[in-house]
Design a protein around this ligand. Structure first.
Ligand SMILES: *[C@@H]1O[C@H](CO)[C@@H](O)[C@H](O)[C@H]1NC(C)=O
Ligand SMILES: *[C@@H]1O[C@H](CO)[C@@H](O)[C@H](O)[C@H]1NC(C)=O
Ligand SMILES: *[C@@H]1O[C@H](CO)[C@@H](O)[C@H](O)[C@H]1NC(C)=O
Ligand SMILES: *[C@@H]1O[C@H](CO)[C@@H](O)[C@H](O)[C@H]1NC(C)=O
Ligand SMILES: *[C@@H]1O[C@H](CO)[C@@H](O)[C@H](O)[C@H]1NC(C)=O
Length: 340
């Protein structure tokens, strides 16, 4: 159940280290460069803002939202673990963010040195240690946002303690709709071109699911397994994903050191993009032509020895030369935000 909260606080924008020069060629002419010198503890949720040509992403553990504006990297320090950041359509400088179990508005204009956070709703109140994880807006701007259970020091997360919520235009923040209960680590999502399918990941299942999607009412039905990591002996688990204009999926492979390219129709593995980091957390297409793949990775729990072997650990990366273009990242529709 969700409830309306009324907390608010102001924050300051901090300038981070500028984008670096480190780059190397991976294979087949694909080049990968790091866009930031900062080491992310838990980089996640990249969002390409096509209106302003700005890349947003979060560091969940450091409680930060970052933005890369040309060669300037800035961040805001929030007061809780932040799972996602998505702009609100038609509202320059307004975002929806998931902080802890609170869904909030973040006002953060380009060219401004302050920001503020407005609490909107709290979920999973009875589940201590839960927090927001990944979220996306569908092709029409309906927000889908999921939670996960508390991850202990050994990496164990209680099964089924998370929920995938939908923000609907009727009840808005008074009552977020629990669209899919009993998930452990909610991740993904992606929609195909004509919004007839939603791809979804509950990471510990090691599977990508697909639902039939009714875009008129933004509802899901008929869940089935779309891609199973067992099929191709893929290590680790699936994390964030995105979709290209061919309708194919790009899936971050946490504890697998790669991004998987999977056909969005047949579910066949098309390729593996190796990344010099084990914990690859999320991907999105960006750049003015939407032909760069941005990749976030995680450094938490990585030993100094592993850092040497995997120099892209904790980095935000830009992959060029894949020869595909992404579907644009969608903003959240303004309907529920009119008074914010
Ligand atoms: C920010 O500043 C730049 C350069 O001064 C300007 O081109 C741009 O329009 C400004 N953006 C916003 C959203 O104010
Ligand atoms: C919106 O979500 C609420 C809370 O779950 C639910 O009662 C209501 O039926 C939903 N409305 C629509 C139009 O889906
Ligand atoms: C929760 O999901 C798991 C699979 O992840 C399933 O085995 C279990 O039956 C589900 N429990 C409920 C109450 O639906
Ligand atoms: C979508 O859902 C609405 C309301 O339940 C229904 O009238 C409509 O036929 C559905 N569309 C499809 C394509 O199933
Ligand atoms: C997606 O839609 C665009 C525009 O309608 C079309 O050109 C493209 O072929 C479609 N892609 C797929 C995979 O259906």
């Amino acid at each position: 159940m969700s409830s309306v909260t009324m907390s608010a606080f102001t924050c300051n924008v901090l300038l981070s280290l500028v984008a670096a020069t480190f780059a190397y060629v991976n294979y087949n002419g694909i080049s990968i460069r790091q866009v930031a010198d900062d080491v992310m503890v838990h980089g996640e949720g990249p969002f390409w803002d096509s209106e302003n040509n700005v890349l947003y992403f979060v560091d969940i553990a450091q409680r930060r939202v970052y933005r890369l504006v040309q060669k300037s990297l800035e961040y805001v320090q929030l007061n809780g673990e932040v799972g996602f950041v998505i702009p609100v359509a038609g509202r320059q400088g307004l975002f929806v963010v998931g902080i802890g179990t609170e869904l909030s508005g973040l006002r953060w204009n380009l060219n401004e040195t302050t920001c503020n956070v407005i609490g909107l709703a709290t979920v999973d109140a009875e589940k201590t240690g839960n927090r927001w994880n990944d979220a996306k807006a569908d092709n029409d701007g309906h927000l889908w946002a999921g939670t996960m259970g508390f991850e202990d020091a050994s990496g164990y997360i209680p099964l089924g303690s998370g929920t995938l919520y939908k923000l609907n235009d009727t009840t808005c923040f008074q009552n977020l709709e629990p669209a899919l209960p009993n998930v452990t680590v909610s991740n993904g999502m992606a929609w195909n071109n004509d919004s007839t399918r939603m791809y979804y990941t509950d990471s510990p299942t090691r599977q990508i699911s697909v639902f039939d999607y009714n875009s008129t009412v933004a509802s899901i039905s008929n869940r089935r397994v779309f891609y199973d990591f067992k099929t191709d002996n893929i290590p680790g688990v699936p994390d964030g994903m995105t979709i290209d204009t061919d309708g194919n999926l790009w899936i971050a492979n946490y504890n697998g050191g790669q991004v998987l390219h999977v056909s969005g129709t047949t579910g066949k593995l098309l390729g593996k993009l190796k990344i010099a980091a084990k914990k690859v957390s999320s991907v999105t297409f960006g750049g003015p032509k939407l032909n760069k793949l941005y990749v976030t990775t995680i450094s938490r729990g990585v030993t100094a020895e592993k850092f040497k072997k995997y120099p892209m650990t904790g980095k935000v990366l830009e992959v060029s030369g894949l020869g595909v273009r992404g579907m644009p990242n969608r903003r959240v529709r303004n309907k529920c935000f009119l008074t914010i």
